[in-house]
Design a protein. Structure first.
Length: 298
């Protein structure tokens, strides 16, 4: 039986570093291929439409900056974009105020039936988003539960019309719909927060508010950033709630984009309106990543 020289065995096997690279490539090939085919390619096709124009009923594929000039010279689109950013920021801030104490209570105060309470937080996500929006439309309508209660108690003489088809109706609905996306990441990080840190802070004489600001908030920053980014991005791109609950002067950019792709059949302008939304969300992601990196260094 012929013996194989050790040098030949070593030469037949690639170096360890090369094997690791090949393993990483093989591991990432599937996810990267999926992202490229189902995300990057459609997004690229969509953005290419921004440099085309419409010659009804066809799309003119001649490169042009007409849509960008329309965006900057028409006051409607920058105004709606600014209104959308303000709404997204307000919803994010409101979600933080509501979600932080609830997440802290579930993570640090609840000992029994915690799984049941978490299920109640997640339960709204199991129902259709459209159903939840219609539910709020029913609640806030002139014949809804809220107005009926106020009329029954005698607080008002006629139904309140400003509750529906207004920015406040959108705000309340956004808060309810996106709140679980803020609670869950906050609960995850707060549940890992050692109780010994809270006890040490109390032993050193820090009051509850100071412990919250100096200990709890910095430790919860990753979950806070993740939840804020989710709520902000989802509000920026939503068009169903503005369509069903928004008033004529309260429309958001998602509704305008949906109208361009649907009613107006102006895909190039709709693609152009998506670009500033993508830029703003990308900036929010960059700021979140930068804040997270600075917190880890600290």
């Amino acid at each position: 039986m012929a013996l194989v020289a050790p040098e030949a065995v070593g030469a037949a096997r690639p170096p360890r570093g090369e094997r690791r690279v090949r393993g990483a490539v093989a591991l990432l090939a599937g996810p990267l291929g999926w992202m490229t085919f189902f995300y990057l390619v459609p997004l690229s096709i969509l953005l290419i439409h921004a440099i085309w124009s419409v010659d009804y009923p066809e799309i003119d594929h001649t490169p042009t900056l007409k849509n960008f000039r329309t965006f900057f010279t028409t006051s409607l689109y920058p105004t709606v974009l600014l209104r959308t950013v303000m709404m997204a920021a307000m919803v994010t801030a409101g979600a933080i105020v509501l979600a932080f104490p609830l997440a802290f209570f579930l993570a640090k105060r609840v000992r029994r039936h915690r799984e049941l309470l978490l299920m109640l937080v997640v339960f709204p996500l199991w129902s259709s988003y459209l159903i939840r929006v219609f539910a709020w439309k029913t609640l806030l309508g002139t014949s809804g539960i809220l107005n009926s209660f106020f009329l029954w108690t005698g607080l008002i003489d006629e139904p309140l019309t400003f509750l529906l088809y207004s920015k406040w109706a959108m705000y309340i609905t956004f808060l309810h719909v996106w709140l679980p996306f803020m609670i869950l990441p906050l609960y995850t990080v707060l549940d890992r927060l050692p109780n010994s840190l809270l006890e040490a802070s109390a032993d050193l004489g820090a009051h509850g508010w100071r412990t919250f600001v100096r200990v709890v908030v910095p430790m919860a920053l990753p979950g806070l950033l993740a939840g804020s980014l989710s709520v902000f991005s989802l509000t920026m791109g939503d068009y169903i709630t503005p369509t069903l609950l928004g008033g004529p002067g309260d429309q958001l950019i998602g509704k305008i984009v949906a109208d361009q792709f649907g009613v107006a059949n102006n895909w190039p302008l709709g693609a152009t309106l998506i670009i500033p939304v993508l830029i703003i969300i990308s900036l929010a992601l960059f700021v979140s990543s930068l804040a997270g990196a600075m917190d880890r260094r600290a």
